[in-house]
Design a protein around this ligand. Structure first.
Ligand SMILES: Cc1cc2nc3c(=O)[nH]c(=O)nc-3n(C[C@H](O)[C@H](O)[C@H](O)COP(=O)(O)O)c2cc1C
Length: 409
């Protein structure tokens, strides 16, 4: 049930914004032509979405050292210019987890992306579909598997967290099969939750618990409030009402602490493998031995990832461990990558160091915050165009033609 404060805030936004001119004004979006790069989207996102949610999207755990390293270590890698290589015909097409993609990118699973924009997961999935790349729906999404499946025409990928209630996990896998999801991404690096100080201080909860400070910050973002708070989906679509212990637990970290399973082991990977008939991708591998073990698990791919700097603070950047992991597994398993990708140049760096493809996290969430599906499409096109120019200027024509010579020693 909504509190009196929540009811007040909601009715205030809905009544003051019934005027069509004001609604139009609220829906005005800075023309996408002025958006030249992902950083532009990030800047505008902060003016669109209340601070509590931007903090949630932006934060890393604890001191945010690993969050910073993800970006800094990518930036340190210099690209080698090459000339006179006839780069007139270039293509970014390739495959990820055995599926054809128009560029080596997938949209990463982002919990609560429906708090960036109304029905955010549906908009992001449609944008990925238009772009010809995979979209990965998080277990912790606002729109449910079924909501998204009903709104799109091509299969998406589903990201799974293994919770203590294995009956519920089995049910989630069956729902993903019924929705014709074409790959399962099993995230293995969230056995406990790394604390994000800003979420703790903001008292982040879903739907937002409207304390006075939150109400004031939401009041400063009326377009967001009209869409997200005025919409019908405001809680965890895959979970709400289906899992014991969720009712009455408002705080995300409290609930996560209760539900995520610290006893998770390779036996659980085998168990999931037995239930899921399609490609299985293990997300959150940062160690060479774990990568070698992933090969024997029957997974199709692994994602070198430190969860966008949100789990083990003090861990190395994902780009710094990528070459070792790629060397350790060779061609025995596909190596995907995420962490800090904000440009096509970054994608080039990761591919050069052994990744077959990259997951975009915050880079597309900024677009979603700015303008829903159009913003996500813009983010994807920025990355596509930057990668295209980078390929030309480093003298490569195809994704298969990218190798370590692209990086300056
Ligand atoms: C706001 C936010 C929510 C996330 N939620 C999930 C999630 O539900 N499941 C998951 O496997 N990873 C999740 N991640 C991690 C991303 O899938 C991805 O690994 C990370 O964002 C990559 O780093 P980048 O944002 O720097 O690109 C989340 C990341 C962020 C920033």
């Amino acid at each position: 049930m909504r509190s009196a404060l929540q009811r007040f805030a909601l009715s205030h936004f809905l009544t003051t914004n019934r005027n069509p001119r004001r609604r139009k004004m609220l829906q005005h979006v800075e023309p996408m032509t002025t958006v030249a790069c992902i950083e532009d989207l990030r800047r505008i996102a902060h003016s669109r979405v209340p601070r509590d949610f931007m903090d949630y999207f932006e934060s890393g755990s604890y001191s945010e050292q690993t969050l910073r390293l993800n970006r800094d270590d990518l930036q340190r890698l210099l690209l080698q210019p090459r000339v006179l290589a006839d780069v007139a015909q270039r293509s970014q097409t390739t495959t990820m987890a055995g599926q054809s993609v128009s560029m080596p990118i997938a949209l990463a699973p982002i919990g609560m992306s429906g708090m960036a924009y109304q029905d955010g997961e549906i908009h992001a999935c449609r944008a990925a579909e238009v772009a010809g790349i995979p979209y990965i729906l998080s277990t912790m999404s606002i729109c449910s598997i079924e909501d998204v499946a009903a709104a799109v025409s091509k299969p998406f990928w589903f990201q799974l967290y293994v919770m203590k209630d294995r009956g519920f996990v089995r049910e989630l896998i069956q729902r993903a099969i019924a929705a014709k999801c074409s790959a399962l991404v099993l995230t293995v690096d969230l056995q406990v939750l790394g604390q994000r100080h800003r979420d703790l201080k903001n008292g982040l909860s879903v739907p937002p618990e409207l304390r006075l400070g939150t109400v004031l910050r939401i009041a400063a973002r009326p377009r967001w409030a009209l869409g997200v708070l005025g919409g019908k989906r405001k809680t965890f679509g895959n979970i709400d009402g289906r899992i014991a212990g969720m009712d009455g637990v408002r705080s995300l970290s409290q609930w996560t602490a209760q539900q995520f399973d610290q006893a998770l082991s390779w036996d659980d990977v085998d168990w999931v493998r037995g239930l899921w008939p399609g490609p299985l991708i293990l997300k959150g591998i940062m160690d060479e031995d774990d990568a070698r073990r992933a090969v024997t698990s029957g997974a199709t791919a692994l994602v070198v990832s430190n969860h966008g700097g949100r789990q083990l603070d003090g861990a190395p950047s994902s780009i710094s461990v990528l070459p070792r992991i790629a060397d350790a597994v060779g061609s025995d398993i596909e190596v995907l990558f995420d962490g800090g990708i904000r440009s096509g140049q970054d994608v080039m760096r990761a591919l050069a160091l052994g990744a077959r493809g990259c997951l975009l996290g915050r880079a597309y969430v900024y677009g979603l915050c700015v303008d829903g599906g159009a913003g996500v499409r813009r983010a994807i096109e920025i990355i596509r165009s930057e990668l295209d120019v980078t390929m030309a200027l480093t003298g490569v024509r195809t994704i298969a033609g990218i190798d370590r010579r692209v990086i300056v020693d």
